[in-house]
Write a protein that binds this ligand. Sequence first.
Ligand code: 13P
Length: 287
Amino acid sequence: MLVNATEMLKKAHEGHYAVAQFNINNLEWTKAVLKACEEMKSPVILGVSEGAAKYMCGFKTVADMVKNIHDQMGITVPVALHLDHGTYEGAKACIEAGFTSVMFDGSHYAIDENIAKSKEIIEYAHSKGISVECEVGGIGGTEDGVTSNGEVADPQECKRINDLGCDFLAAGIGNIHGKYPADWKGLNFEVLGEVQKACEGTPLVLHGGSGIPKDQILKAISLGVSKINVNTELQLEFAAATRKYIEAGKDVEGKGYDPRKLLAPGADAIVAKCKSMVEEFGSANKA
Ligand code: 13P
């Protein structure tokens, strides 16, 4: 059975490690992430953006696919299915469709409107046992065609959202979706420390988890980050392994064009990357 993300993140927060949110894009991704986390005995959050859900034929298709794959594979570690950067309408639709966790991203609204909408989603989600992530400040870069310059969060605004009772909170601290530019200034630990103080006890979320140096990841975890979102890094691994297979001419050898063979190196690369990240985030053997 899929679970919400409240308990696993509470434990991570208390135990000073982070649970990965690996974003999924299709059936191969789902199988690979679940295989890696089951073998590592790690809890995991499967993230689905609205764009990825549209690609996979809608929230209901995703929820049914994930539940069936989870059961068929006999997964025993805690798994949450989470909407990533949801709109107000998207969050409600996911709750109806069978997701166990949602992010309502109202960070582009003025703070009062973000608060009003977050409050409604939290009340609705909690009435159905679903966990909720809210966001203050912006995550820079482009995800799913949506570009943001990034905006460092105001700790007092974080407190106002946190006081509504959201289960975990994403705060912009200089993190970026996609590849980090060579002149990236790094995470803003001063602000992260202030957000942690303002929202004591609440697990914090680090978006843009691809390509952040290990020392910064560990420092962020020590300052209350308990959920780290990763999407781009798995896409890069999948693409590189697939390219290698095709460039080596393996797709034209024998039946190498069979999709089960053609997509296998990419899927194996996702498994390997998930395992190394789970190890780095400290959630191995915490299931
Ligand atoms: P990356 O694509 O940079 O890993 O970011 C993922 C993310 O934050 C999803 O919300």
